[in-house]
Design a protein around this ligand. Structure first.
Ligand code: HEM
Length: 200
C-alpha cells in the first residue's frame, strides 16, 4: 500500500512530512493514551505525564549537546527541554523518576537515527500548545509546573519551521533515510511504552 498525505505519494513529500506520514498512527496512539490516562485531571496524574516527559527528554538530551548535530541545527542547544521538565517536577514537589539508561549517550549516537528522534522531540512542541491549555486548568503556567510546555518566543509554528527547514535540507542516502524513519518510529514507541508503564 502506498502511504499518502494530501493525496501525494509519500516519496514526493519533504522529509518532515514523510516522517509525519510514517508516524501518524503511532502519534495518534500516544495522543490517545495520554488523554485517556486523564493526564490533566489532577496534579497526581499530571505528575505521571511529567515523568514520561522527563524520561523521554533524558533519552534525547545527548543529541542537543552533539557537535555534529549542532552544526546541522544551529539553534539546537537552546531547544533542549530536559531542564524545564526537571524544574516542573521540582515546582510540584515530585522527585525525578528513575528509569533505564538513556537511549543516547554522548559516545553512542547514530546520526540518521538521531534525526528521527529529534523530529519527534521537536515536533512534540506542536502538541504542547494544546496541552498547555489543559495544564492551565490545573493552575500551572509557563513559570510554574508547565515550563516545558511554554511556546518558543517566536511562536510554535515558526520555531517548528526553522527545525524542519534544516531537517529537510540534509542530504541522506536511502539507507540513512530509512534509519531516520526507524528512529522516529522508535522514539514514538519509547514514549508509548513510558506512558503504558504509568497508566496501569
Ligand atoms: C510526548 C508525547 C507526544 C509526542 C512525542 C508528540 C509528537 C508530535 C510530533 C512529532 C508532531 C509533529 C507532527 C508534524 O507536523 O510533523 C506533533 C504534532 C502535534 N501533536 Fe503531538 N506529540 C505528543 C503528544 C500529543 C498529545 C497528548 C496531543 C493532544 C492530544 C498532541 C497533539 C498534537 C497536535 C495537535 C499536533 C499538531 C499537528 C499538526 O499541526 O498537524 N500531541 N506531535
Amino acid at each position: 500500500m502506498t502511504v499518502t498525505t494530501s493525496e501525494r505519494p509519500i516519496e514526493e513529500l519533504s522529509r518532515a512530512k514523510r516522517l509525519k506520514a510514517l508516524t501518524s498512527a503511532t502519534h495518534e496512539g500516544v495522543d490517545r493514551s495520554i488523554m485517556s490516562a486523564a493526564s490533566f485531571a489532577d496534579l497526581e496524574k499530571y505528575g505521571r505525564f511529567l515523568a514520561v516527559q522527563y524520561l523521554f527528554h533524558r533519552d534525547v538530551a545527548a543529541l542537543y549537546e552533539d557537535a555534529r548535530l549542532q552544526a546541522l541545527f544551529p539553534d539546537l542547544s537552546v531547544r533542549r527541554r530536559l531542564a524545564l521538565v526537571a524544574a516542573d517536577l521540582a515546582d510540584l514537589g515530585f522527585d525525578a523518576p528513575e528509569g533505564s539508561d538513556p537511549v543516547f549517550t554522548a559516545d553512542a549516537i547514530d546520526l540518521p537515527m538521531a534525526l528521527g528522534w529529534l523530529y519527534v522531540a521537536e515536533g512534540s512542541n506542536m502538541g504542547a500548545a494544546l496541552l498547555r491549555k489543559e495544564a492551565a486548568k490545573l493552575g500551572l503556567s509557563d513559570t510554574h509546573g508547565a515550563r516545558h510546555l511554554a511556546p518558543a518566543a517566536e511562536g510554535p509554528a515558526p520555531h517548528w519551521r526553522t527545525f524542519t527547514a534544516s531537517l529537510d535540507a540534509l542530504e541522506l542516502t536511502p539507507q540513512e533515510e530509512e534509519r531516520a524513519g526507524q528512529g522516529a518510529l522508535a522514539a514514538f514507541a519509547r514514549v508509548q511504552s513510558l506512558v503504558d508503564a504509568r497508566s496501569a
